[in-house]
Design a protein. Structure first.
Length: 445
């Protein structure tokens, strides 16, 4: 134990410093608009945060295992590579399940993603791989702080009828959300727990939320709920800084927001954390994932290989669906901006984002352009960089005689959406942003 503790203590400061360094570098780069930090800030921020938190937990004595005697002063993520690998892999697959559901729900879409498909899918996968680690680490951190550790309740009587009823309810919630997404979309944030946790209870009550409640120990479910709320807040904070980000189009709740999320939408994060836990425990129970603590009970090699192959195929299909239906715009490029002399603008030190912040007179002088052309280019860039519209959608808007933020602000969203064959919810985001920009910004000069 002394040797292990010494070895761990040697790496703990390095992990904390590296994590903080990655987070700081990513934040500074994103705020300055430097790539790849601007587009992929979410990736840099989350991996930096997870690494630093892993170091802090190790410094505080590690995390508790399933039994108190298994406590080790060690890293939660880095201490068992097989655990980390399966956690990251299945985290990406797990979130892609919700991306699949979103193809029907249409509750969010992505903007300013890289045009290169390989880079895009690699970055997206890395982003999704942080979901389960974030939730599970947050719950562990709360446990280390003693949150809800002594809380007890009357034991829940778990019966076969209750287990079946919960699973039928979860299935019904999922069906309702898919059949009538406008009214029942919130039900997906809870349906997975009701479907999976009864299954986990039947196999090993100690790995289920129902088992916790049956023992009258609600500490873990409560910590997961709080973890979901906290992690959800960080998710939205990091997303608000990133250039490549998601934007919500939640029916009926798109006015009052905190960061990008409608305020009422934060209610979905706590139950989502329960879904994360239930999904992970199901994988562990079936020998498809390596737990952080205890003996590994791996499924036969052919089962693991089949599951992994199926997961990769599923992921590839869903990623293709995201590219087709959920991605709204790619990172704006000068070469795609309508009427832009890309080489001349680049030589003058401009990209689409700096062009959008330029004054027409300044641009005309620096790039040697006629004043009228300079004003038109600034107007086009401001449209392209507004709320993730992008250069392709800027061209589409020009086809219906909308060439500036001012003209977009005066447009009727439903009419524009119909003429473009675009989602009305997305066009409403554009028009609302244009009106806000018009109210806060001086005219072009």
């Amino acid at each position: 134990m002394a040797v292990a503790s010494t070895r761990i203590s040697r790496w703990v400061p390095a992990a904390i410093l590296a994590g903080v360094g990655v987070l700081a570098l990513g934040t500074l780069g994103a705020l300055r608009g430097r790539e790849p930090f601007a587009t992929w800030y979410y990736v840099f921020a989350w991996y930096g945060t997870l690494l630093a938190l892993d170091g802090v937990l190790a410094l505080a004595g590690g995390a508790a295992g399933e039994r108190s005697e298994e406590r080790r002063p060690t890293f939660l993520l880095l201490g068992r590579p097989a655990h980390l690998g399966t956690l990251l892999f299945w985290s990406a697959v797990f979130w892609l399940l919700f991306e699949l559901l979103n193809l029907r729900l249409r509750n969010w879409y992505y903007v300013f993603v890289p045009g290169d498909l390989v880079a895009r899918r690699a970055g997206v996968t890395l982003s999704f791989a942080t979901v389960l680690p974030a939730i599970l680490m947050a719950e562990t951190a709360l446990a280390r702080l003693g949150a809800f550790g002594g809380r007890t309740t009357a034991p829940l009587r778990v019966t076969p009828r209750l287990l079946g009823g919960l699973q039928y309810t979860g299935g019904a919630m999922l069906v309702l959300a898919l059949l009538w997404p406008r009214w029942f979309f919130p039900l997906v944030w809870g349906a997975v727990t009701l479907l999976l946790d009864p299954h986990n209870y039947r196999r090993a009550p100690v790995r289920s939320l129902l088992g916790d409640l049956e023992r009258g120990r609600p500490g873990r479910p409560l910590r997961l709920l709080v973890s979901g709320a906290l992690v959800g807040l960080v998710w939205e904070l990091f997303n608000s800084v990133a250039r490549g980000q998601w934007i919500y189009t939640v029916p009926g709740f798109d006015e009052l927001k905190l960061f990008e999320m409608p305020v009422v939408g934060f209610l979905g994060f706590p139950p989502f954390a329960l879904e994360c836990f239930a999904f992970w425990q199901m994988l562990v129970l079936h020998g498809l994932a390596v737990p952080r603590w205890g003996r590994v009970r791996a499924a036969p090699a052919w089962v693991r290989a089949t599951a992994a192959a199926g997961a990769v195929l599923f992921s590839g299909l869903v990623l293709a669906g995201i590219d087709r239906w959920t991605v709204s715009s790619e990172t704006p490029r000068l070469s795609e901006l309508p009427g832009a002399p890309a080489a001349r603008l680049a030589a003058a030190g401009y990209d689409v984002f700096t062009l959008a912040r330029a004054h027409a007179s300044e641009l005309a002088a620096r790039a040697g352009l006629p004043a009228e052309q300079a004003a038109g280019l600034v107007a086009a860039a401001r449209v392209a960089t507004l709320r993730g519209i992008g250069t392709e959608n800027t061209r589409r808007l020009r086809s219906v005689s909308i060439e500036s933020v001012e003209q977009l602000a005066q447009a009727d969203a439903e009419t524009v959406a119909a003429r473009l064959g675009e989602s009305a919810a997305r066009v409403k985001v554009w028009v609302r942003a244009a009106r806000a920009a018009r109210a806060s910004r001086a005219p072009l000069s």
